[in-house]
Design a protein around this ligand. Structure first.
Ligand code: ZN
Length: 215
C-alpha cells in the first residue's frame, strides 16, 4: 500500500494538530522507508518477477525488521523514543502508533507474507491478499485516502492533497493492473529504489502542502 497509509497520518494530524506533520508522515511510511534500505544492505530479501510489473508478484521473502509486528514495532518504539526526546512525548507516541498502523493496513493488501514476530521457526505470516483483486485493491486504497482527506482535513488542504494523492496513485497504477508486459527493472534493488523515492517524494510534497496551507 502506498497513498492509503497517508490517510492515517492526516487523521492523526487532525486529531493532534500540535504534532509536526513530518513526524506523522514519516511514521506511517516507516516500514516502507526501511525495507528498501535493508534490501540495499542485504539484510532483507525480496524477489521480483521480471515479466510481471504487479506488486502482488513481488515476493517479500525475508523482511522481519521492517515488516514484522513485533520487531518492526520495537524499532518504531526506539525511534519513537528519539522523536519524543526531540519533540514531545505525544509526538513520540503518535509516531509509534502511525508506524504500527502501516502493518495493519498492509495486512489487508499483502499476500500471506507479513511476519507477526519476525523471528522463530513457529512464526506466523499473515495477509488477506486484497492485491489479488486489483480493481478492489486500487479502489479501496484510493477511497480510503479520499474519504479520510475530505472528512478530516481543513478545507484549504483538501483539493491540493487530493490532487497529490491522485497523481501518486495513478503513477502506481501499473503495479495493480500490469499495463506494461514487464517490470521496469530486473533487480529487486530497482523496486527498492523506486519505493524509497516514491515515499520520500510523497512525504516531502505532502509536508510542504500542509505547512504552506495550514500554518
Ligand atoms: Zn509496507
Amino acid at each position: 500500500m502506498f497513498i492509503g497509509h497517508f490517510a492515517v497520518a492526516y487523521l492523526l494530524l487532525a486529531l493532534f494538530p500540535s504534532v509536526p506533520p513530518l513526524v506523522l508522515l514519516i511514521g506511517v511510511s516507516l516500514p516502507d522507508l526501511l525495507w528498501p534500505i535493508l534490501v540495499f544492505c542485504g539484510v532483507e530479501k525480496v524477489e521480483v518477477d521480471p515479466v510481471s510489473p504487479l506488486v502482488k508478484d513481488v515476493s517479500f521473502l525475508h523482511y522481519p525488521y521492517s515488516h514484522s509486528l513485533a520487531i518492526g514495532g520495537l524499532i518504531a518504539c526506539l525511534l519513537g523514543g528519539v522523536v519524543a526526546y526531540l519533540f514531545t512525548p505525544l509526538a513520540g507516541a503518535l509516531f509509534i502508533a502511525a508506524a504500527i498502523s502501516h502493518w495493519l493496513l498492509d495486512l489487508v493488501m499483502h499476500k500471506q507474507d507479513l511476519p507477526v514476530l519476525g523471528f522463530g521457526s513457529g512464526d506466523k505470516k499473515l495477509g488477506y491478499g486484497l492485491w489479488n483483486n486489483p480493481r478492489a485493491a486500487f479502489a479501496f486504497e484510493f477511497l480510503l485516502y479520499v474519504v479520510v482527506t475530505v472528512i478530516v482535513m481543513p478545507i484549504g488542504l483538501i483539493v491540493p492533497l487530493l490532487i497529490l494523492g491522485t497523481v501518486f496513485h495513478l503513477l502506481n497504477a501499473n503495479s495493480f493492473f500490469g499495463f506494461t508486459p514487464r517490470r521496469a527493472g530486473h533487480s529487486p534493488k530497482v523496486d527498492a529504489a523506486m519505493a524509497l523515492i516514491g515515499f520520500i517524494a510523497f512525504i516531502v510534497l505532502a509536508n510542504t502542502v500542509i505547512l504552506y496551507a495550514w500554518f
